[in-house]
Design a protein around this ligand. Structure first.
Ligand SMILES: Cc1cc2nc3c(=O)[nH]c(=O)nc-3n(C[C@H](O)[C@H](O)[C@H](O)COP(=O)(O)OP(=O)(O)OC[C@H]3O[C@@H](n4cnc5c(N)ncnc54)[C@H](O)[C@@H]3O)c2cc1C
Length: 460
């Protein structure tokens, strides 16, 4: 039951940790007495997030509020203004929150800490959205890792805490709307079917994955036609689940080992971004900056065809249609569509990354920017620039029976397996209603390699 408002309490500031279980910062807050649970709808983050992510966040907040017995306080505005105001209105001295390592989050938290100090209060940062807090795993020379595999080894050796049970919290009653402090959780209309929000929904999915699919994850995770992956990314993004809770449940089968390493990629990219905040939008490898890219009306038309899923390459189009239809895309296909944009259409990776951030329910700056940079050949562990994904070859290899293609491209669903990956190879050409390829992959591949050679000469 929500607590009365006249007792001295602390604040818990929810951000990317929308859960009650395994929340050490919340446990720390609860140990000090009644807690006012707050979420600040910050226009700097709410504004640029696309509708899909906003809608899922709003649903996650509603679910969190319900699990708190209606105790979530939502305010809208600049956290450096809103939090000191709330602290004063509740007579609190401490705001608890897990630490944020993103470029904006870090700046914001430092500014909030200062604003709180000005009113005699304190921001206490405990824990993080990661199993191993960025900055905890360093090379022998004390620097941050730049390559995944040695990071993974050290990360595994470092280990993580056991998950905690749900905190017993004495929630402080939210102020009434008439007090001018509270704002409603916004309603956001979207055209996609959102995943169910909240801890129970996350656990239902996680349990089913751990019970039925993690064993085969090693092979199945690359097959977009089957539900071989966990689809837990939106819950990890908002901290409805903490990676610790999943890691704790993993054994040592090949599927579980691979799943553990995929969770580590998320941690690795957070680590890299925390050390190089500029890499959210610029080449991580300096010498790869400034590769020749295409701009102008033709590039814009090609970009639009890519966005709309009408490039004439079925695997690329199926991926982009899945993104439009679900706000999510299979990892293998994210790599294929990203490679096509950068290396077949010669369009800057940041343009694709922005589109992804606008549409993905799981859009996460670190994983997205570095996923793109990996493909573009400008990031950590980058697949070398000259390794260019063949959209037809990838399609045949990972969706051999065309299940994924048929699901997303009804215009070609009737084609036999032999031609569905490259419909223009049918004697009668691509079927009516489905475009011929907008570019020739072999030609564009050569063009990319030429540009790369030229770039190498320029930087030599
Ligand atoms: C161009 C590109 C953009 C991407 N953008 C995002 C993004 O905005 N948000 C995001 O969460 N992931 C992103 N990824 C990584 C990956 O595609 C998704 O995490 C994954 O598809 C989510 O599906 P899942 O939960 O079923 O994954 P699973 O295969 O079940 O993996 C479990 C979890 O591990 C993490 N993970 C798996 N693969 C990666 C990876 N390559 N990099 C980082 N974390 C990983 C995710 O948290 C994921 O939920 C991107 C990858 C690429 C190539």
């Amino acid at each position: 039951m929500p607590h009365r408002r006249d007792q001295r309490c602390s604040l818990f500031w929810f951000r990317r940790d929308l859960r009650l279980a395994d929340n050490p910062a919340l446990v720390a807050a609860a140990a000090e007495g009644p807690v006012a649970g707050v979420f600040v709808l910050d226009p700097s983050l709410w504004g640029p997030a696309g509708d899909n992510r906003r809608a899922f966040l709003a649903a996650s907040l509603r679910s969190l509020d319900a699990s708190m017995g209606g105790g979530l306080i939502v305010v809208s505005g600049d956290p450096t203004v809103e939090l000191p105001r709330l602290v004063e209105s509740f007579g609190a001295a401490v705001v608890h929150a897990p630490e944020d390592f993103g470029p904006y989050g870090r700046r914001r938290d430092d500014a909030v800490a200062k604003a709180l100090a000005d009113v005699g209060a304190q921001l206490r940062r405990v824990d993080s959205p990661y199993a191993v807090k960025p900055g905890s795993v360093l090379t022998g020379g004390g620097t941050s890792y730049k390559v995944f595999t040695p990071f993974f080894r050290s990360w595994t050796k470092h280990g993580w805490a056991e998950p905690l049970p749900a905190a017993e919290v004495d929630w402080v009653e939210p102020p009434t709307a008439s007090s001018g402090v509270a704002a409603a959780i916004p309603e956001v209309q979207v055209t996609i079917p959102l995943p169910d929000a909240g801890e129970d929904a996350a656990w239902e999915l996680a349990e089913a994955f751990l019970r039925e699919r993690v064993g085969a994850y090693d092979d199945a995770r690359d097959r977009p036609g089957i539900p071989g992956t966990s689809q837990l990314s939106p819950y990890l993004k908002w901290g409805t689940l903490h990676p610790r809770q999943l890691l704790d449940r993993l054994g040592s089968s090949p599927g579980e080992e691979t799943f553990r390493s995929e969770l580590c990629w998320r941690e690795f990219y957070a680590e890299v971004l925390s050390v190089r905040p500029d890499s959210a939008r610029q080449a991580y490898v300096d010498k790869m900056a400034g590769m020749e890219i295409d701009e102008g009306p033709v590039a814009d038309e090609r970009f639009a065809a890519w966005v709309d899923g009408r490039t004439g390459y079925p695997m690329v189009d199926a991926g982009m249609r899945q993104l439009a239809g679900e706000g999510w895309m299979h990892n293998r296909v994210r790599m294929i569509v990203a490679s096509f944009l950068v290396k077949d259409l010669h369009i800057d990776w940041t343009r694709g990354a922005r589109l992804f951030m606008d549409r993905l329910v799981d859009g996460d700056l670190a994983s997205n920017s570095h996923g793109w940079q990996w493909v573009a050949g400008t990031g950590t562990d980058a697949s070398p620039y000259f390794r260019i994904f063949n959209p037809v070859g990838q399609s045949k290899k990972f969706d051999p029976d065309g299940v994924y293609l048929r699901r997303w491209i009804p215009e070609i669903a009737h084609l036999p397996d032999r031609s569905i990956h490259a419909p223009w190879t049918e004697k009668t050409g691509a079927p009516a209603g489905y475009p011929p390829p907008i570019v020739d992959h072999d030609e564009e591949r050569r063009e990319s390699l030429d540009r790369y050679e030229q770039h190498k000469q320029d930087w030599a």
